[in-house]
Design a protein around this ligand. Structure first.
Ligand SMILES: Cc1ncc(COP(=O)(O)O)c(C=O)c1O
Length: 368
């Protein structure tokens, strides 16, 4: 009988593919290849193929992929970029750190940007839109691309939480000027430390990122093209990620199976809003299974007390942190979901018995 379910179990996850990960480690160590070498190139090729873009460029975090993309788009001081009010703070920080102004827009019940509210905030200073695909579910990219075309705006997709998601077969990260990826350990494709990448079809953007990640240097000619950064994805991380990318399709299948079981077992509870949306053509990959409970922290505290680790990101919206000096124009949906949000365990390493335990605890909270 189990009485505890972890949100993630990195050691168990490692043991599921230990032989392949260990082989990748020894291959890198025996070759002595650490920076910008064959494993990185191989992973970039495979990532681009998976997403369906011409190029992928490995960087050292999701934040860097956003920052690099905005720079590649020439966005800076005096420009405005539209970003959702509900996201991880890094989406917004990348905009601030290139000198531009973030303009926040509320989200809808699916946690993603409310496309009906985008045009209201477009001004002559607006240069870009950064839709965020949260939890494995994409923002409405057909609509966003139409709005961007109408106002001549750059689209940088924050796809950090949605590798493998798609709309009508077109993958997250293949719509905008760039798709931005994070390989933080607990992402759907997680490394063993920080990591990130951009995907793009634009050869200039790919070349820009390749140079700027290496202090602005063109590695073939030695010419410096600008003041850059040191922000490559490590060759060793790339070798690990390439192994894990091979397992991603089967991992997505498992996530969908777990999501279907949660849906089957919890749909009768009227105080829960489950993350299943009726949008034809949209494919959810469930990086997270984030539901809303009317009972908010009372619900999430009960789960924790009964051994179910959950995430409640974010009880305090990022724009409410005074140190970030952002303009709070009032975002009612973001505020409501922030009180109610709760992510249940959702991982390839979580087994059926554990999922049943989570279900039992959730149901018992509602007296079922
Ligand atoms: C939506 C979103 N954007 C950006 C990031 C930043 O990624 P990283 O932590 O790799 O910098 C993350 C990851 O935490 C994220 O979830």
């Amino acid at each position: 009988m189990i009485n505890k379910v972890r949100f993630v179990n990195p050691v168990r996850n490692y043991h599921m593919i230990k032989d392949e990960i260990d082989a990748a480690f020894f291959d890198v160590m025996e070759k002595g290849e650490y920076i910008d070498r064959s494993h990185l190139k191989q992973f970039e090729e495979n990532l681009a193929k998976f997403v369906g873009t011409k190029y992928a460029v490995g960087l050292n975090s999701g934040y860097d992929s956003l920052h690099m993309s905005l720079r590649a788009a020439g966005i800076g001081a005096g420009d405005e970029v539209i970003v959702p009010a509900h996201t991880f703070v890094a989406s917004c920080s990348a905009i601030v750190n290139v000198g531009a102004t973030p303009v926040l827009v509320d989200v809808t019940k699916d946690f993603n940007i409310d496309c009906d509210k985008i045009e209201e905030v477009i001004t002559e200073k607006t240069k870009g839109i950064m839709p965020v695909h949260l939890s494995g579910w994409m923002a409405d990219m057909p609509r966003i691309m139409d709005i961007a075309a109408k106002y001549n705006l750059v689209v940088v997709e924050d796809a950090c939480q949605s590798l493998g998601a798609s709309i009508n077969g077109k993958m997250a990260g293949a719509w905008g000027l760039t798709g931005c990826w994070s390989f933080y350990p607990f992402k759907i494709l997680g490394g063993y430390g920080d990591g990130g990448a951009i995907t793009t079809n634009d050869p200039e953007v790919a070349a820009f990122a390749r140079r700027m990640r290496y202090n602005g240097e063109d590695r073939e000619t030695g010419e410096y093209f600008g003041h850059g950064f040191t922000c490559l994805l490590d060759n060793l991380q790339a070798a690990f990620l390439d192994v894990k990318l091979r397992h991603l399709p089967e991992g997505i299948k498992r996530r969908k199976q777990v999501a279907a079981r949660y849906k089957e077992a919890l749909s009768d509870l009227p105080d829960l809003l489950l993350p299943h949306y009726d949008k034809p053509g949209f494919d959810h990959v469930y990086q997270n299974y984030t539901l809303r409970s009317k009972q908010g922290s009372e619900f999430s505290d009960y789960l924790k007390k009964n051994g179910v680790e959950v995430l409640t990101q974010f009880r305090k919206p990022y724009y409410k942190h005074e140190g970030l000096k952002l303009v709070d124009r009032g975002f009612p949906e973001t505020e409501a979901l922030s009180r109610e949000v709760c992510s249940l365990p959702m991982n390839v390493e979580t087994n059926d018995e554990e999922i049943e335990y989570v279900i039992k605890v959730v149901r018992s909270f509602y007296g079922k």
